[in-house]
Ligand binder design. Structure first.
Ligand SMILES: Nc1ncnc2c1ncn2[C@@H]1O[C@H](COP(=O)(O)OP(=O)(O)O)[C@@H](O)[C@H]1O
Ligand SMILES: [Mg+2]
Length: 583
């Protein structure tokens, strides 16, 4: 139950949907009580000979109305509860995504990139189940179970109810035990299957090599083993799956036997009628699912809670940033005033940044150049609040960035790091990762902006081509362009390209930069690069050397200053000419 407390923020936010959902669930539970009772009444009226055609039609009309109402109400609660739980998954997904983009290489070494996505997807589904299936099973077991038991006791007989209920808790236990075993084995079967798939893929792509080395027989044997394992694992699944029905039938059987023995006596002694016994037996059948739901609930909560902890752990994998209790949550807009007097990494004595100051009006572009290790990435790490302890301050929209909540700040920033990572999923899903509901057009628009659209169309499955550790391998430049598209999709107020175009050729780079300039004329952009051509059109350029600003100005200013920048520009121009000449 602890997980519901942890998710409290979400339920508070979605109060209306959940209250509506549970209310309609309750109405359905009440309506469901009607049909069994009517069947009982009809039986009794037949027995007493009082049933006329008119009365029969009356009863049947009520049955039809009840069916229609429960159909409608079921739809309403489903939309409210299931639909809302999907929202939770999306929120967590966005958070994770924003988080992943801020992580450095060591993070992706610690958690292998491909796995990260797979795990995150499974975990998010498990958490979503807590908010969807979990709430449903909880409400269902309490409401449907409760009202049915009350109806049995009130309408028929409370002693008979007690007796009939004795074996039913076994259903909850069975569903808990079998359910969790089934889940475990199902995972085993899935793992075996993807194992076999990997093997098949490997063999096909390595066919030539296999043939040259005469390894085909060994390869076929290995594949046979993997297939065998898939069959064995699936057999294990069905062994458990096949236990469900007999177990339910057995436990219900006991309940029916007890009911009929006692019920028969009550009929003989005139305590209840035959019709009431029939209604009663129908009610028992209605208890199967709520009882089962209790067991399922435990499993959902157990899995959801473990998953939520894992997601939380990933989210906490950042530097020890502490939010102020009354931190600002408003949308960040406006200018940036970056003013760092001194910053050293924790556990380091030498300052990494010294007197780095710049101002950036909304809509402007800043270029940052300098040697490797000069401190460019460090400048951005402070903007992204990976570190809070420095002398100086950074204002964004006239507020210190340390006064905003991390979410408020990071949601406005699209950071594309030096080291790209793509998830093992389709290109489309990679690009719209931050918001899986975006349409194909929007994905394509981002891809066109980053000049990757035509490349994608040429891939085997277009936008559905799977990339990453388990898919097609892309060139460095393609990876970079997809990563930028992924950052663009959230239309960030501030886009930081941290050496994110290094593997893209100069011509393509130019296309991307001019497209970005047009698209983002209202928003702020920072570009760090080795290549002078990446930054030469920026409103201001700063040259970082050993953590300090050594030169600054526009491209024209810097050429006049005749320093490092000019030297780099000339030598890169020369290089380009030589390359161009070699073509
Ligand atoms: N987490 C860290 N802890 C300590 N020193 C670091 C850390 N990250 C970077 N540095 C050091 O800070 C300096 C600047 O690095 P960085 O900002 O990555 O430069 P650039 O992006 O210009 O290549 C380098 O000397 C680097 O070794
Ligand atoms: Mg860097």
């Amino acid at each position: 139950m602890g997980i519901y407390k942890k998710l409290g923020w979400f339920f508070k936010q979605e109060k209306k949907a959940y209250i509506t959902g549970v209310l309609f669930l309750f109405l359905v539970a009440i309506i469901q009580l009607v049909p069994p009772r009517i069947v009982g009444v009809i039986v009794d009226e037949v027995g007493q000979g009082t049933l006329t055609l008119k009365r029969l039609i009356q009863w049947l009309s009520i049955l039809v109305i009840a069916a229609i109402a429960s159909y409608l109400f079921r739809y309403i609660w489903r939309v409210n509860i299931w639909g809302t739980s999907a929202k939770l998954e999306r929120i967590l997904r966005t958070r994770l995504f924003n988080h992943f983009t801020e992580m450095d290489n060591s993070f992706f070494q610690k958690y292998r990139t491909g796995d990260l996505m797979a795990h995150a997807t499974n975990d998010l589904t498990a958490v979503r189940n807590v908010a969807g299936g979990g709430i449903l099973t909880l409400a269902d077991s309490v409401i449907t179970g409760g009202t049915t038991i009350i109806a049995m006791a009130l309408v028929v007989d409370w002693r008979l109810t007690l007796i009939a209920l004795i074996p039913l808790p076994l259903l909850a236990i069975a569903s808990r035990v079998l359910g969790s075993k089934l889940h475990e084995r199902f995972r085993g079967a899935q793992a075996a299957f993807s194992n076999m798939n990997d093997k098949a893929q490997e063999s096909i792509s390595g066919m030539k090599v296999l043939k040259t080395f005469g390894q085909e027989d060994e390869d076929v044997e290995e594949f046979r083993q993997k297939t065998k394992q898939v069959v064995a694992e699936n057999r294990k699944v069905y062994k458990i799956d096949s236990l469900f029905d007999p177990t339910i039938t057995f436990i219900m059987g006991i309940s029916y036997v007890l009911t009929i023995i006692m019920g028969g006596r009550y009929i003989n002694s005139g305590t209840i009628t035959i019709g009431e016994l029939i209604s009663f037996i129908n009610y028992i059948a209605m208890l199967v699912w709520p009882m089962f739901a209790i067991g399922r609930l435990f499993n959902i909560l157990e899995r959801g809670s473990a998953s939520y902890n894992r997601v939380e752990k990933l989210l906490l994998e950042r530097s020890k940033i502490i939010e102020k209790p009354s931190a600002l949550t408003k949308k960040i807009r406006g200018d940036i005033q970056y003013s760092i007097e001194k910053f050293s990494y924790p556990k380091s004595d030498v300052p990494t940044l010294k007197e780095v100051h710049f101002e950036l009006k909304r809509g402007q572009t800043l270029g940052v150049v300098g040697k490797t290790g000069a401190g460019k990435t460090s400048i951005f790490k402070l903007l992204l609040r990976e570190y809070d302890r420095y002398r100086g301050r950074i204002l964004y929209g006239n507020e210190d960035i340390r006064d905003y909540t991390l979410d408020a700040l990071l949601q406005q920033i699209g950071y594309v790091p030096q080291d790209q990572f793509l998830f093992s999923t389709s290109i489309k899903e990679n690009i719209r990762f931050a918001n899986p509901e975006l349409s194909q057009e929007e994905v394509e628009k981002a891809a066109e902006l980053t000049a990757i659209h035509t490349d994608i169309l040429e891939m085997p499955n277009g936008y559905d081509t799977v990339v990453g550790e388990r898919g097609v391998s892309l060139s460095g430049g393609q990876k970079q362009r997809i990563s930028i598209a992924r950052a663009l999709i959230i239309k960030p107020e501030l886009l930081i390209l941290d050496d994110a175009l290094s593997a893209v050729d100069a011509k393509t780079e130019e296309r991307i930069l001019s497209a970005l300039k047009k698209e983002r004329s209202e928003q702020t952009t920072i570009i760090a690069a080795h290549r002078i051509s990446s930054v030469m059109h920026a409103d201001e350029i700063i040259v970082i050397d050993n953590g300090e600003v050594s030169e600054r100005g526009t491209h024209a200013d810097l050429l006049i200053q005749n320093g490092w920048y000019k030297e780099m520009f000339d030598s890169q121009q020369l290089e380009q000419k030589i390359e161009g000449g070699a073509d």
